[in-house]
Design a protein around this ligand. Structure first.
Ligand code: NOJ
Length: 569
């Protein structure tokens, strides 16, 4: 396209969480052939890259993020031949494929771990992190991100192994060069097979602090997630540079690292264009604005505030010497329209407004399946309706251990559970939303009769068609990819507005983040006349933009008039 280089800067990525995308064989579970049936849907949306969440062999303790064979496909999802067909179908349509790379941990059913736990001198012992107990207790006070201790006692050898997630997800020992060699070989195997890159799961946690010291805690006696000892650890940069050299460098890939609690300074180290080993990162700062900072997946929370959202996003836009990724949703987060917009009365308007935000910021946008339909959170009545291990553990911890009221905990779950994002994709208004002819593995959101892809395709004003236009805008206007971001109206409590400019061209983005009707007043340094409207979520005109009364969740993008030449003859 002659636009920015490398290709992933121009790209829009679409995330598929395969268990809930499309079931082809009626067993109630989405699968690879199901994805294959929907490639034209993705092509019509005009996305450039698909990120496929894990499809590897797994006992599914954490829905595929617990891998027992890195070179196999989970039975529920199909076969390697189905995967080959999928990648060929994507490539035929000019869509690239990136896969999840989950190498901070394996499943406890991975052959390496099965051997590792057999005896203290097994050749695979050192593939994992084993420690003796400490006066009959765990080796330290580390908590797992899913609750409880991060250590599991293992009978056969009388030692503990480390698991930052579930006990069925033992952490790999990256200090062991044999582990690293195996992983790089596995990555090359997939790259040779046709994958175009990786989304790297909890990648900044692979280097643990030597000696595994206790985590700082305000409540001694309780387990504490050891962020300061496992995130961005002492050998992280070395490992990632080695990975780039040994696995990635011969291929033209996109790499995006999941980087919980990363700072802008660390992100620059990781992604700067000179020697950053990764192309981009997912930071979590905007996801933390309504969360309790003490635990990554914790439900307890507060209301997010527009002022904080502006501060966080603006800092990343201004300071990251590297490339941003943009996301408001994924398989670990609630639905964005319910969280940052209005999942009820202004669902369509606010879904489009948030889409405008995502696509007009500087960086590569990531769309999560169903976001383009404005899919919402779900409120299942009972904890039994939930499948996610983090949700179920937290329910147990809050209700059984801390004695919180069940109904209160269910409210938190309705607001924050990962299963909000994991209900089946809503294809049409037939039974089970057209996702499966069988019994779905998790309930379908009952609003599928109204919110579904078939209805969206038939309605020219749908969120889906609006997303297509947003993607088109990026492809037709270099400034959307490359323009510098500048925040305006910094302190406005309702409106988030900014410009994107590259010297020749300048866009103005106006977003009303509320259900009210605030007035927008153009700052004096921007030209009030001669603007032309590029996209909006309500009928609007090219007009005078000095003063506008915005409608609920209104979004408008203008191209501003070029500045008057200052020297005339
Ligand atoms: C982050 C993944 O996105 C999440 O789904 C998973 O539970 C953890 N990493 C552990 O792999």
């Amino acid at each position: 396209m002659g636009m920015a280089d490398p290709w992933w800067q121009n790209s829009v990525v679409y995330q598929i969480w395969p268990r809930s995308f499309k079931d082809s064989d009626g067993d109630g579970i989405g699968d690879l052939r199901g994805v294959n049936e929907k490639l034209d849907y993705l092509k019509d949306l005009d996305v450039d890259v698909v990120w496929l969440s894990p499809v590897y062999t797994s006992p599914n303790d954490d829905m595929g993020y617990d891998i027992s064979d890195y070179r196999g496909i989970m039975d529920d999802f199909g076969t390697l031949a189905d995967w080959d067909e999928l990648v060929a179908g994507l490539h035929r349509r000019g869509i690239r494929l990136i896969m999840d790379l989950v190498v901070n941990h394996t499943s406890d059913e991975h052959a390496w771990f099965v051997e590792s736990r057999r005896s203290r001198d097994d050749p695979h012992r050192d593939y994992y992190i084993w420690r003796p107990g400490h006066d009959g207790h765990e080796p330290n006070n580390w908590a797992s991100a899913f609750g409880g201790s991060a250590w599991a006692y293992d009978e056969p050898t009388g030692e503990y192994y480390l698991h930052l997630f579930s006990p069925k997800q033992p952490d790999l020992n990256w200090d062991n060069p044999a582990v690293r060699r195996e992983i790089y070989a596995m990555m090359r195997w997939w790259l040779d097979r046709g994958v175009d890159g990786f989304r790297m799961d909890v990648i900044t946690a692979i280097s643990k602090a030597p000696g595994l010291p206790d985590a700082h805690t305000a409540s001694p006696g309780r387990y504490q997630f050891p962020g300061e000892h496992v995130l961005h650890g002492p050998r992280l940069m070395e490992f990632l540079r080695e990975m780039r050299r040994e696995a990635l460098s011969p291929y033209d890939t996109l790499t995006v690292g999941e980087a919980f609690a990363v700072t802008v300074e660390q992100a620059i180290e990781l992604t700067n264009p000179r020697d950053g080993p990764l192309d981009m990162l997912f930071h979590f700062e905007h996801m933390m604005l309504d969360s309790d900072p003490l635990g990554p997946l914790t439900f307890a929370g507060r209301r997010w505030e527009l002022g904080e959202l502006k501060r966080v996003m603006t800092r990343w836009q201004r300071e990251l010497d590297g490339w941003n990724s943009q996301y408001l949703s994924n398989h670990d987060q609630p639905r964005q329209v319910s969280r940052f917009g209005d999942g009820g009365r202004y669902r369509v308007e606010s879904a489009k407004m948030l889409g405008t935000f995502l696509h007009l910021l500087q960086g590569t946008p990531f769309i999560y399946q169903g976001e383009e339909l404005g899919m919402t959170n779900v409120s299942f009545p009972s904890i039994e309706d939930y499948r996610d291990i983090a949700t179920r553990n937290q329910y147990r911890e809050l209700v059984e251990e801390r004695g919180m009221d069940q109904a209160e905990v269910m409210k938190l779950i309705h607001r924050k559970s990962r299963d909000n994002a994991r209900t089946p994709m809503q294809w049409d208004d037939s039974e089970n939303a057209g996702f499966t002819t069988g019994r779905p593995w998790i309930g379908v959101n009952p609003n599928y009769t109204e919110i579904n892809a078939a209805a969206a395709l038939a309605d020219p004003d749908s969120v889906l068609h609006y997303y297509r236009r947003l993607i088109g805008l990026r492809k037709a206007n270099r400034v959307v990819v490359e323009g510098a971001y500048e925040l305006i109206l910094d302190d406005d409590p309702a409106i988030y507005a900014f410009t994107r400019g590259d010297g020749e061209d300048r866009l103005l983005v106006i977003l009303n983040f509320t259900g009210g009707t605030p007035d927008f007043v153009l700052p004096g340094h921007l030209p009030p006349t001669g603007a032309s409207l590029l996209i909006a979520n309500y009928p609007a005109d090219d007009a005078e933009i000095a003063r506008l009364t915005l409608r609920p969740y209104e979004a408008r993008v203008y191209r501003l008039a070029p500045p008057e030449p200052t020297i005339r003859r």
